[in-house]
Design a protein around this ligand. Structure first.
Ligand code: GAP
Length: 511
């Protein structure tokens, strides 16, 4: 079993080798934390986006989708608080000259303590076997209590200091916890400073008349400013939601871990507008609903967990992350935030326009409260890709690399392979493609022995291989090989379409 670091390296190199992800402008040595999606990556990304869109928009009669512009009136970002508060606390190491997010250093420290606690629990479980009472152990074992107590104290103090903008105390905390530069071990730190993450740009040609703009750091504001337009034209009644997918930009300081933290990325967000006072009920509803969406992909319940926020963003009265077990540990994949009426109220104030809903049942106007679900498409892509990549040892002792992507998301659904390049088999394979391509992305492959072609498709993540052989000439049947089980079945060509459609139907997966 590869360790996590090795596994992550494998994911990154596999992503390149199999046409999923390339570094941006690679011939110029790339651009830090910016990536291009290649031929398979673009398909996988589109399929994830579609899987999200269908579950949010098609499956909820009270949610509609929009596509707002990336460039927005600059006052938007004043109102949203991003100009004043969209900062990360930075700290530099004077020896290594490396820059870190101060909050991440403390959170990683707390995570290490939690890992130590988990180790104690696992050890005890082994020792006591069946008789092990985990609930009792974690509330009485002095080591576990100490690790967890220290972790909690560190995270709570960090939250308090950041809330009060007390950056000197964040530095003091790092020093008291004896946190070292993760790469060099040096503890020679600078002061902590705030750094705004928005990318600025200019609208207009001449220097005098140009307006300063920002590339949007989240898609959500495009939804808020359109709230009333959509409500009126769509005759929406509260509670209702507006969904959107699209690019967002952040000048991330610490851009590591491949596509986990990028400077240009894509979000899939939904703002759900509710009656004031009902937001926490809907917050719970969306936490549960979003987790179900993740679980529907079959990537293992144990790979998800909620993390309830101690430190709340300037707009929230409750917030949680859905964390995923990435090769580098549990990290945020999606955020669910109860944003109160902060955004709509702020836009009312800055624009001078009313952004209210007349509730016919209550017979009153109010500014709705908002519960938001926000997931990074690229991060979801990384979750899917890293979870799917396996190195399998077969019964004959050989190994195979297989990308067990959920079939509904796989870029290519089937490869059609003539056993040999003659005797009319390629022509039949082409006819099969001509038929299947109306519904599915399918490819033709005739190079190399069929066993090698299977392996190639396994590694690329193709769930089905269809082999045309000499028997096909006699009885119009083909072999359908399943990627994960490697089982093969014989079936008539006429049944291929329905078989594949069923395996990749939204109903099968989402229901
Ligand atoms: N509208 C709320 C919002 O933007 P966020 O927690 O800052 O909240 C939401 O971002 C999601 O967007 C995150 O859970 C993550 O999946 C994704 N995300 C944020 N920053 C990212 C980055 N630099 N690179 C890739 N994905 C990112």
């Amino acid at each position: 079993m590869a360790n996590n670091d090795d596994q992550f390296k494998k994911v990154v190199s596999h992503a390149k080798e199999y046409g999923y992800i390339f570094a941006s402008s690679e011939i110029y040595d790339g651009l830090s934390a910016v990536y291009d999606y290649a031929q398979n990556g673009a398909e996988l990304k589109k399929n994830i986006r579609e899987y999200w869109w269908r579950s949010m928009v098609y499956m909820h009669q009270n949610i509609v989708g929009i596509d707002a512009a990336i460039l927005m009136h600059p006052t938007t970002w004043k109102a949203s608080g991003h100009v004043d508060a969209f900062n990360d606390p930075l700290i530099d190491n004077k020896d290594s000259k490396k820059r870190y997010r101060a909050d991440v250093l403390v959170e990683d420290y707390a995570e290490k303590l939690e890992q130590k606690a988990q180790k104690e629990i696992a050890k005890a479980q082994k020792r006591f076997g069946e008789a092990f009472d985990e609930a009792q152990f974690v509330t009485t074992n002095p080591r576990v209590l100490r690790y967890r107590g220290e972790a909690k104290a560190a995270v709570e103090r960090l939250a308090r200091s950041l809330e009060k903008e007390d950056l000197a105390d964040v530095k003091a905390l790092i020093e008291e916890l004896d946190i070292a530069d993760p790469e060099t071990g040096s503890k020679n730190w600078t002061e902590v400073r705030q750094f705004n993450l928005m990318f600025g740009t200019k609208l207009g040609a001449s220097a005098e008349s140009a307006t300063d703009l920002y590339l949007r750091p989240e898609t959500a504001q495009g939804i808020f400013v359109n709230f009333l337009n959509v409500q009126k034209t769509g005759r929406m009644k509260i509670p209702f939601g507006i969904a959107q997918t699209g690019k967002a930009f952040r000048n991330e300081i610490v851009a590591r871990q491949f596509i986990f933290r990028m400077r240009e990325f894509e979000q899939m967000e939904m703002q759900f507008f509710v009656r004031p006072g009902e937001e926490l009920k809907w917050y719970e509803y969306w936490k549960e609903t979003r987790l179900k969406w993740h679980l529907s992909l079959g990537m293992g319940k144990e790979n998800y967990r909620f993390h309830d926020h101690e430190k709340l963003a300037h707009y929230a009265n409750a917030a949680a992350d859905i964390e995923f077990n990435f090769p580098f540990g549990f990290k945020e994949l999606e955020g669910i935030h109860s944003r109160t009426d902060f955004d709509l109220k702020a836009h009312e104030q800055y624009s001078g326009k009313k952004l209210q809903f007349y509730d016919p049942e209550l017979q009153e106007n109010y500014v709705p409260y908002v519960v938001e679900t926000s997931i990074g498409l690229d991060r979801m892509f990384l979750a899917v890709l890293s979870n799917s990549l396996e190195e399998e040892t077969l019964d004959d002792g050989n190994t195979r690399t297989v990308l067990k992507l959920p079939a509904i998301l796989a870029p290519v659904k089937a490869a059609v392979l003539p056993l040999v390049k003659k005797d009319g088999l390629p022509e039949i394979a082409q006819e099969i493609i001509d038929e299947l391509q109306w519904e599915h992305n399918v490819v033709y492959d005739e190079k190399d022995a069929v066993g090698r072609r299977y392996r190639r498709q396994d590694a690329a993540g193709t769930p089905f291989c269809i082999t045309v052989d000499h028997q096909t000439l006699d009885d119009q049947t083909v072999t359908l090989r399943h990627r994960d089980s490697m089982e093969q079945e014989r079936l008539p060509i006429s049944e291929l379409g329905s078989k594949i459609s069923e395996a990749v139907s939204y109903k099968t997966w989402l229901a």
